[in-house]
Design a protein around this ligand. Structure first.
Ligand code: SF4
Ligand code: SF4
Length: 178
């Protein structure tokens, strides 16, 4: 079981602290993880699930609609509160995928991870993945069930990767984490 201090660093604390801890984990054992076949197998499945979902969103026009909404709204459902759904595991997954993570200071009521073309994460917080507003539900019509299926697969893959990461983090020593 994850010791309380690690739980705190991964899931609680302020957003910059969670990002810093994600960066520390990435430095401490990113290269080792990418040699770990169990991890890389699950991570490849996750990447494929994320690609499939984003292609579907592009195909239905949902991606475009959300980008327009979030930029003009401001934020749409990508609000400042939602930025709090991030955690150090999800930051680590994005760093492993080569995502450059920045906390934007000038976002006002919008999420600090919202970029010009929408969310800057490849792997979003689970709550963000699960949410579709009424406008999107109406826009999608029957295509909604396919989207939900793909989002469900992605959530399942992300959960599997998180379980492996937590198991590996538990094995790290204090000095390795830094
Ligand atoms: S889900 Fe709805 S509220 Fe959220 S960004 Fe997309 S269009 Fe806007
Ligand atoms: S993390 Fe991404 S999807 Fe979630 S609220 Fe922020 S910009 Fe939107």
């Amino acid at each position: 079981m994850l010791p309380p201090h690690l739980f705190q660093q991964i899931f609680n604390g302020k957003i910059p602290a969670r990002l810093n801890f994600g960066r520390s984990l990435h430095t401490a054992f990113g290269p080792r993880l990418m040699q770990d076949r169990i991890f890389t197998g699950a991570f490849d499945t996750l990447r494929q699930a994320a690609d499939t979902l984003s292609q579907n969103m592009a195909g239905t026009g949902m991606g475009r609609q959300c980008v327009a909404c979030s930029i003009n709204n401001p934020g749409g459902c990508c609000s400042r509160e939602m930025a709090g759904e991030t955690d150090a595991l999800q930051m680590l997954m994005n760093l492993l995928a080569g995502v450059k993570i920045d906390i934007a200071e000038d976002k006002g009521e919008a999420c600090c991870f919202l970029g010009r073309e929408g969310c800057t994460f490849t792997f979003k917080p689970m709550f963000c993945l699960n949410y579709n507003c009424d406008k999107i539900i109406t826009h999608l019509g029957p295509a909604r069930s396919e989207l939900e299926l793909m989002a469900g697969r992605l959530l399942g893959s992300q959960y599997e990767v998180e379980k492996i990461l937590l198991a590996r983090i538990e094995q790290l020593t204090e000095s390795e984490i830094g």
